[in-house]
Ligand binder design. Structure first.
Ligand code: M6R
Length: 612
């Protein structure tokens, strides 16, 4: 939620800030703003409600603000409605300090009341302006900006990544973080701060990841990082291996379509280094055989689509490992008295590695004595750094808010981990182990095959895009896959949609099926195909229009009952959801396209959810 960027250097700051914000717009897009300092003009601030293009017009692509030091922000509103006044940067009352913030200050009301009593006047409804005013208060008290920031951090509670500039420090950018991502980048013509590496990879790949409680002072030639006692800290440099082009549309109309098309490659990159001579090799985890054999329970914790990956994995892992696997929504886990001890493996799944609920759940699991294994896409993200073990999905940057390639790489990585654990436990037959490994290796090619038939799905989308409500039904792995198909559809097309376990329909939901209701029936799980077919017959009998997704093998059978059929290549049941989900992603995409929706930036959402 919210993207922040800052630059100090030997080039005009405004165009660099706007470029960085554009690359991070998926983090929030209800308003945006920049503040730039120049010798002549002092602090200049421009902010605007709406998409970044409004701010671009307002500043004539940055030409309106001169200066080589600045900060920028793209907002996903939490405190105060999206409007010009609540947009960041926020300025202290005397106009000398500008601040951008990502996160939530929990005790802002109490501080605000205190400052009002001191005579401070506020202009916005945000928690962030309170920090700008508090900073001015402490700066006035101590006369030193770094010291003032330290004092502010000791008073505020909550989560934050800050970018701060002060008119009295013409060559300094200040950064601070706690529970919100922040990276610092070393560029040739100056230095950067940003919520996300995508904002800076055009200028530098040399970055450091700030840790909680740290404060940094950036000038055009130096970056100094301090701990919360203002003692200097040595930071490790990291080289970002993402390509600039990976964060650009590359000729596609939307990032989402580009990312759907990138799935074969993303899956290949995630799987192939981890299969050697037909065996799953997870060099990057340190789970000993003794530890695995003593495991009594496994939790999988995640949110949204990552949670849906967990649902698929629960079915697969329980079959393969013969151990109880519980999947929990991260936001529920931490408040549910979970049964975690040293014999519990807690797997957390997160594309961004910054989702606050997932991170908090992971910390709770660690506190209770569990061992954590994170499946993460963003290298150096908070979850990756705090987890006992981390396995990266190699999907590359995912920009569209609706996840596709990250989801697919999470699925295959979870398959690999499941196989690895089952092998250690001796709960998988060698023939089945090899069959799954072979299917994972063959998956990129089969995905290419599915993607070669986009026109069929385009056609079905144009046939069904006018429906107001769409149900996804399936059993077992198909049910888990349906949850993802339904989320994809509702998040980008705004069509009401629900996913149900087919067998559960007759316990209530079937009353919603009437003449013409669209039901997407998933029948790729061969073991329960006949039962799924019976459920298709049931909804058809109540007037439903049925679009079925099945495998090539069962196409003919399905065609006898469903109104329309999409078929994907056959695979091992463990791997089959990786193929079945792709038509669902494409269906959501083309339905949203037909409805004229803003596909990459759906309303009310943001890519990285760093608030509770
Ligand atoms: O970054 P994460 O995987 O932790 O994000 C979790 C969810 O917010 C995310 O999967 C969300 O549901 C997707 N945007 C859905 O497409």
């Amino acid at each position: 939620m919210c993207g922040i960027v800052g630059f100090v250097g030997r080039e005009e700051a405004a165009p660099i800030l706007l470029d960085g914000l554009e690359r991070m717009e998926y983090r929030g897009y209800d308003s945006a703003g920049i503040a730039v300092r120049s010798e002549k003009e002092g602090l200049q601030v421009k902010k605007a409600k709406g998409r970044l293009r409004v701010l671009r017009e307002l500043t004539r692509d940055g030409a309106e603000l001169s200066g080589t030091l600045g900060i920028g922000h793209t907002r996903w509103a939490t405190h105060g409605e999206p409007n010009d006044v609540n947009a960041h940067p926020h300025i202290s009352e005397n106009g000398r300090i500008a601040l951008v913030h990502n996160g939530i200050i929990e005790n802002y009301m109490e501080i605000k009341e205190h400052l009002i009593k001191q005579g401070v006047t506020f202009t916005s409804d945000t928690d962030s302006e309170v920090v700008a005013q508090l900073l001015e208060f402490h700066y006035h008290e101590c006369g030193n900006m770094l010291e003032a920031v330290g004092r502010v951090l000791r008073r505020i509670e909550g989560s934050y990544a800050f970018g701060i500039i002060c008119a009295d420090y013409p060559n300094a950018l200040i950064a601070a973080r706690k529970d919100s991502p922040l990276i610092l980048g070393y560029g040739e013509n100056g230095n950067f701060l940003a919520s996300d590496v995508t904002a800076v990879i055009k200028y530098t790949r040399d970055v450091v990841y700030m840790d909680d409680g740290e404060i940094a002072v950036l000038t055009e030639d130096s970056i100094d990082v301090f701990d919360d006692e203002l003692i200097p800290v040595d930071k490790e440099h990291h080289t970002v291996d993402w390509d600039v082009s990976a964060a650009e549309k590359g000729g596609y109309p939307h990032f989402m379509l580009k990312e759907i098309m990138e799935q074969p490659e993303a899956v290949r990159k995630t799987v192939s280094p981890r299969i050697k001579d037909g065996r799953v090799v997870l060099d990057d985890v340190a789970l000993t055989a003794d530890y695995v054999k003593e495991l009594s329970r496994i939790y999988i914790i995640a949110c949204g689509s990552s949670y849906h990956v967990g649902m698929v994995s629960k079915y697969n892992w329980e079959r393969l490992l013969r151990r109880p696997v519980e999947v929990c929504l991260a936001s529920e886990f931490r408040y549910s008295a979970p049964l975690v001890d040293e014999h519990t493996l807690v797997v957390v799944i997160s594309q961004s590695g910054e989702t606050l609920d997932t991170m908090a759940a992971m910390r709770e699991a660690k506190r209770l004595g569990g061992r954590t294994l994170a499946v993460v896409n963003v290298v150096g993200s908070s979850i990756a750094r705090e987890s006992d073990d981390v396995l990266y999905t190699w999907a590359g940057p995912e920009i569209a808010v609706a996840t596709t390639k990250a989801y697919s790489t999470q699925l295959v990585l979870m398959d690999l981990v499941g196989l690895y654990l089952a092998d250690v436990l001796g709960t998988v037959e060698p023939a089945e182990y090899s069959a799954i490994v072979d299917e994972l290796a063959a998956l990129p090619e089969k995905l290419e095959n599915v993607l070669a038939h986009v026109e069929d799905i385009q056609y079905f989308a144009s046939r069904y895009f006018n429906h107001d409500s769409i149900f996804f039904i399936g059993r077992n792995l198909d049910y888990a896959m349906g949850m993802e198909g339904s989320l994809k559809l509702k998040e980008i097309s705004y069509i009401h949609s629900e996913a149900y376990a087919s067998g559960e329909l007759k316990h209530g939901t079937i009353s919603l099926i009437e003449q013409g209701t669209l039901v997407v029936a998933l029948g790729t799980y061969r073991a329960l195909l006949d039962k799924s077919m019976s459920n298709v017959v049931e909804v058809k009998a109540r007037g439903a229009e049925v679009l079925a997704v099945t495998t090539e093998e069962f196409r003919e059978k399905m065609e006898k009952t469903a109104d329309a059929v999409i078929a994907v290549p056959e695979s091992h049941p463990v791997v089959q959801p990786s193929l079945g989900v792709v038509p669902l992603q494409l269906f959501a995409y083309y339905v949203a396209l037909q409805r004229g929706c803003d596909i990459d930036k759906p309303r009310n959402l943001a890519k990285s959810v760093t608030v509770e």
